[in-house]
Design a protein around this ligand. Structure first.
Ligand code: TEU
Length: 565
């Protein structure tokens, strides 16, 4: 890292090991890209890329910090709060969509992929964020949404206006309906958010006409990736952001995009709202890989830039196909996010995730929470127990080789919030006929300081989702002064992970451990023990680096974890 970086010199005694120098980054950044072949951990043959053991911090921009007092978070709010990320010790931000959008799915409905929505502060605010983050040695990756656009996108508006048969409709998946009057949707697919995946349009002549496919909300029409214009435009989008200094992308629904020819009916798989399965014809069609190869060709022109796919595929072999050397750099693996607090299941999930990545010699990735799957504390039972388990599992995740994703608020131990019906905004709530509450509960704004909502998140009392009064105790300010807080714990854990050689190596060796517990050892010498049972676990001999709960006589209480060397 450049010696002039305030973060490196003042706060980071042990610079994060990075890979080889990037011509792209050094050309455009005041500070040279914090890389360098001098990394002690980079292999002699091939230096590790910067992201190979990075901690990514996911910022849900609506909920992070509001700078202009409208009750919705924005990019200047994030820029103002970057110190929090420096203190936490993360390497990169993953920014959920900030591009121009009517916000039917809070930005995943993109009307202009190459501009920033005024709600988030417009293009200048993103430029300020990128400059400030880079100055602090933090990289910025952003969401891109190739599977669909917003129905407000000019292409879709043109498709509606053009009527059937024209080239404008060929950028999307328009089809005639079935039945005598075309009143039956072209196939039986369901939307991931509930209800049919097809909506019928009113044609320019005022009559009901064709249907269009939308795997998500009605306002998110799926693009036709067989049309070469679609990739050409996506390439433009990737280059546009890379040229502006973005360090990479999280590719939304990276297993979508390609659809089976003729869009056949789906067998009734009984798939619930917000779920997918490997037999599901809506996703993971083999021709998606040609798209990823094309994307990689673009990425390779920008050395150091990373592509991270959202790949909801269970089968290891099929998941790994996305990580072939000419496809994605990284793929989200969601196994841990779907695993209960059960030692056997956790070990299975870890082994499976490692095995999946190993198929293509890819870097493993670990996720416990995000803006879709909910918060860890709640998933593990809520309250004190849920929090204890969330801290313990964070230690397991941070002890594993590869890349870790933290979801904003995870470092504060925030739970999901039970919101009143009238506050709900996720399209899932309406589309499921009010049977599925959707994902709003894990998207409530972050408490920064003070005794009452909005806790420094905004100057506006009416935040876009209401904040619970009891979050006063969970604010960043409150937790910063408490050495035993979850925030202090995360800061310490990330500092150790970044600075200690014992976290080196790519292997995970399982040691003998009593029922309902697990112990593994890393090549560098780190041992991680997890007690998911109900009796204390006697720890193996070694020096204690960190524990998620107080120890008594070198024994680990239930619902906790420890690192030893
Ligand atoms: O999610 C894709 C997706 O398929 C998820 O809805 C998934 O089924 C669910 O989270 C499993 O629990 C991405 C974004 O992450 C999500 O926020 C968007 O709503 C969606 O794409 C549409 O763009």
């Amino acid at each position: 890292m450049g010696s002039g970086s305030p973060r490196a010199s003042a706060r980071r005694p042990e610079p994060n090991p990075m890979g080889s120098g990037s011509p792209r980054a050094s050309a455009r950044r005041p500070e040279p890209n914090p890389m360098g072949s001098g990394s002690p951990r980079a292999s002699a043959r091939r230096p590790e890329p910067w992201w190979s053991r990075a901690v990514f911090y996911q910022v849900y921009p609506r909920s992070f910090a509001d700078s202009d007092g409208d009750g919705v978070g924005d990019l200047d709010g994030l820029t103002d709060r970057l110190d929090h990320l420096v203190e936490l010790g993360v390497d990169a931000i993953w920014l959920n969509p900030v591009t121009v959008s009517p916000m039917a799915d809070h930005g995943y409905d993109v009307a202009d992929p190459r501009d920033v929505d005024p709600l988030f502060g417009g293009m200048v605010a993103l430029e300020r964020l990128i400059a400030a983050a880079h100055q602090l040695g933090i990289r910025v990756t952003m969401d891109v949404v190739p599977n669909h656009t917003s129905s407000a996108h000019p292409w879709f508006q043109a498709a509606l206006a053009a009527g059937p048969g024209g080239t404008a409709r060929d950028r999307y998946l328009f089809r005639d309906g079935r039945g005598p009057d075309g009143t039956v949707p072209p196939n039986n697919w369901k939307s991931v958010f509930g209800g049919p995946a097809w909506t019928r349009v009113v044609e320019p002549n005022g009559k009901p006409g064709q249907w269009y496919l939308h795997l998500f909300d009605t306002e998110q029409p799926d693009l036709n990736w067989d049309n070469p214009e679609v990739f050409a435009d996506f390439e433009k989008t990737l280059r546009f952001w890379l040229e502006r200094g973005v360090d990479g992308f999280r590719i939304d629904v990276a297993h979508g995009m390609a659809k089976p020819p003729d869009l056949p009916d789906s067998p009734d798989l009984g798939i619930a709202v917000l779920q997918q399965s490997d037999d599901d014809p809506r996703f993971n069609h083999p021709s998606v890989h040609a798209i990823h190869r094309d994307i990689r060709t673009v990425m390779d022109r920008y050395p150091g830039a990373v592509s991270i796919g959202e790949v909801w595929v269970q089968d290891n072999a099929r998941w790994a196909e996305y990580l072939r050397p000419d496809e994605l750099h990284l793929g989200f693996n969601f196994r841990l996010a779907r695993t209960d607090f059960d030692a056997t299941e956790i070990r299975d999930a870890v082994e499976n995730s490692l095995a999946a990545a190993a198929i293509e010699a890819a870097t493993p990735t670990w996720t416990l929470a995000n803006h879709d799957v909910g918060r860890v504390v709640t998933r593990y039972g809520g309250g004190e127990v849920g929090l204890a388990r969330a801290r313990a599992m964070a230690m397991v995740m941070l002890a594993l080789p590869g890349v870790v994703f933290l979801y904003n608020g995870q470092e504060l131990g925030l739970p999901d919030v039970e919101l009143p019906d009238e506050a709900l905004q996720d399209p899932t709530w309406e589309r499921s006929g009010h049977t599925e509450r959707g994902r709003d509960g894990c998207r409530v704004p972050i408490p920064w300081c003070g005794d009452n909502p909005p806790f420094g998140f905004s100057t506006h009392a009416d935040t876009w989702l209401p904040m619970p009064p009891e979050w006063a105790a969970l604010s960043v300010e409150e937790q910063s002064i408490d050495p035993d807080s979850t925030l202090s714990f995360f800061r310490h854990a990330l500092q150790l992970r970044r600075g200690r050689d014992e976290f080196d190596g790519t292997d995970v060796q399982w040691l003998t451990a009593p029922k309902d517990t697990l112990i593994f050892r890393r090549g560098g010498g780190l041992m991680c023990a997890l007690n998911a049972g109900d009796r204390p676990l006697a720890l193996p001999a070694g020096e204690l680096l960190l524990a998620s709960a107080p120890l008594a006589d070198h024994t680990l209480p239930p619902d906790s974890a420890a690192w030893l060397v």
